[in-house]
Design a protein. Structure first.
Lengths: 408, 171
């Protein structure tokens, strides 16, 4: 099948412009970040931080400084609270399974929302296999978790609640501070985890102010390199390691620390927080252009998720009725616009995104969904190009369909 | 819910970009639909059949992924100028071969195409109140699969509607 991929790629020759809007699923690492990383592969701090020689001590110092900076960005009080992991996936598995195992004497109940990322969904499923009870809190039509349902779901057997700060698909900014308050008021023993991967670098994220005990960060979602994530663990919270091996500076994750990736994550964070307000207003402007420009040009669309400040500044998620999403991603790709879809056709089983069905979208609406995330590197011209090619793409696919709806 | 890599063949991409025999046929002798919008996988076939039971023209419409569009399009090419008996014998594996191979998770697209064509052929004979010796009452694998996919979509949609109505207390 490799030859066919070559052919697929060749079919993209001669496109006018390329606009990558799929930061949800991976991203390019900007040169200014890679440049910062390269010396850490070739000449700087390449030792093992637990070894007693200069390259080792340099690695130790680099990791400590990086942890300090990250701690500063997220309102942690000590470097001990910052744990580097290989990605958001590992951080979420560690947060769920590691915390549940370390605290199982306190109870066996876990509470999550219906719209968590798969690393939370599947690690809670694994906990169920080993005797934990998992309850999923429903969300409303814009994706906000029901605080009433959360309050009634937690009890004295609950050890952990995990609700993401910003939803990865529809951009809903969840009321985490209020959620933490009501949970802890009912039972102060309950630990609260939030996956802040889609919030970090987009809205202010401060673990202490939010009141959470554990918090996940991802590198590639802020345009850092893939292969590194963070789990913030508040001092005094017990988490069990999921993997065993040589432990160095990272008490919760064994193996030799990957200093170049940590540096890449750090640089990505610096860039996100330098000129933070400008970056955010640029993203919001581009997002607004897409969110208004698409329905102006294309009939029968539905916005998924909330509007305004309750939505992440980078997130656009729109369903195109009578248009299948996988075909649309390919059609757009052939025009140089790279996006993803919540359609079942991009998945292993015949069911669309669970986030979209949780907010009340019918299957046919979820199949026609397209997710886009803008970054500070996108320009007005990029977005105008997207707005130019989108209508033709949707039109061609709709014209093929036996269900025409009220489409022209 | 996880995703599968989809390295489509160049033939699938070509048929996706320039599908052959696309569009509704106004003077079709018979038509058939398989799949459902809830599956994100729906094919309609239109066949023009001559007096001596040869498919003179075939066309399709599709609401589905690139593999769905490509397999439907190639199926129309494969049945064209064939006697109904020959068209009936085309299996989903031959359709898959003809598009240069399908990724495993897309086998169902080929199966659905063949299921839909056979539905159209059955419909043709039903309308004529005729039953050739090669046409058996028992549904073939592809036809059963089409039914199962439709049933699954129906059940899941119903389940979803129930969940939603519980949540909002309406609908």
């Amino acid at each position: 099948m490799f030859e066919s991929v070559e052919e697929l790629i060749k079919a993209h020759r001669g496109i006018e412009r390329e606009v990558y809007l799929d930061v949800e699923n991976s991203s390019a690492t900007p040169a200014e970040i890679v440049d910062e990383m390269i010396p850490y592969f070739t000449e700087k701090a390449y030792g093992n931080p637990t070894m007693t020689h200069k390259p080792g001590w340099m690695a130790y110092e680099t990791i400590q400084k990086a942890s300090e900076q990250v701690a500063g960005y997220v309102g942690a009080t000590s470097v001990e609270e910052i744990n580097f992991t290989p990605s958001e996936t590992e951080a979420n598995n560690l947060a769920l399974i590691g915390t549940a195992l370390a605290n199982k004497k306190k109870g066996n109940r876990i509470v999550i929302s219906e719209i968590e990322p798969l690393s939370i969904m599947f690690s809670s499923k694994m906990l169920e296999k080993y005797g934990f009870e998992v309850e999923k809190i429903p969300v409303d039509r814009e994706g906000f978790v029901s605080l009433e349902r959360l309050l009634s779901a937690v009890d004295k057997e609950t050890v952990l609640v995990s609700i993401m700060l910003v939803n990865h698909e529809i951009g809903t900014v969840e009321p985490i501070r209020e959620a933490v308050e009501i949970v802890k008021e009912k039972n102060p023993e309950i630990l609260f985890h939030t996956d802040a991967s889609d919030a970090y670098g987009r809205i202010p994220v401060n673990a202490r102010e939010l009141g959470v005990d554990l918090m996940t960060l991802s590198s590639y979602k802020i345009l850092g390199p893939r292969g590194v994530g963070v789990l913030y663990v508040r001092e005094g919270v017990n988490v069990e390691r999921l993997l065993e091996g040589q432990i160095g500076t990272q008490k919760l994750w064994p193996g030799v620390e990957n200093v170049p990736l940590i540096i890449g994550f750090l640089k990505a964070s610096e860039l996100a927080f330098r000129n933070f307000d400008e970056n955010i207003s640029q993203m919001k402007k581009l997002r607004a252009r897409l969110m208004s420009g698409i329905p102006e040009r294309i009939s029968e669309t539905v916005l998924n998720g909330p509007r305004g400040d309750e939505r992440a500044p980078d997130n656009v998620n729109i369903s195109f009725l009578h248009c299948e999403g996988e075909a649309l991603t390919i059609e757009l790709s052939l025009k140089g616009v790279y996006v993803s879809s919540g359609s079942a056709c991009t998945r292993l089983i015949l069911q669309p995104s669970q986030v979209l069905t949780a907010i009340g979208r019918k299957f046919e609406e979820a199949h026609g969904s397209i997710l886009m995330k803008v970054t500070r590197y996108h320009t007005d011209d990029d977005i105008e190009y997207v707005l130019k090619v989108f209508p033709e793409a949707v039109k061609r696919l709709r014209a093929m369909s036996p269900i025409k709806g009220s489409v022209e | 819910m996880s995703r599968a890599p989809l390295p489509y063949s160049s033939k699938i991409l070509e048929l996706f970009r320039n599908p052959k025999n696309l569009g509704k046929m106004e003077d079709a002798t018979v038509s058939a639909v398989a799949g459902s919008p809830a599956c994100g996988d729906l094919i309609a076939f239109y066949l023009k059949i001559s007096e001596d039971e040869v498919i003179e023209k075939a066309s399709f419409e599709s609401y589905g992924c690139a593999a769905n569009i490509a397999t439907a399009s190639i199926t129309t090419e494969m049945v064209k100028d064939k006697k109904l008996e020959e068209a009936w014998k085309i299996s989903w594996k031959r359709v898959a071969d003809e598009v240069g191979g399908l990724p495993t998770v897309k086998f169902h697209c080929g199966i659905l195409s063949v299921g839909a064509i056979r539905r159209a052929i059955r419909e043709f004979y039903k309308k004529k109140s005729k039953k050739p010796s090669w046409l058996h009452d028992e549904l073939t694998f592809e036809e059963k699969h089409a039914l199962e996919e439709e049933e699954l979509a129906r059940v899941l949609s119903k389940k979803l509607a129930t969940v939603l109505s519980k949540k909002t207390g309406k609908e």
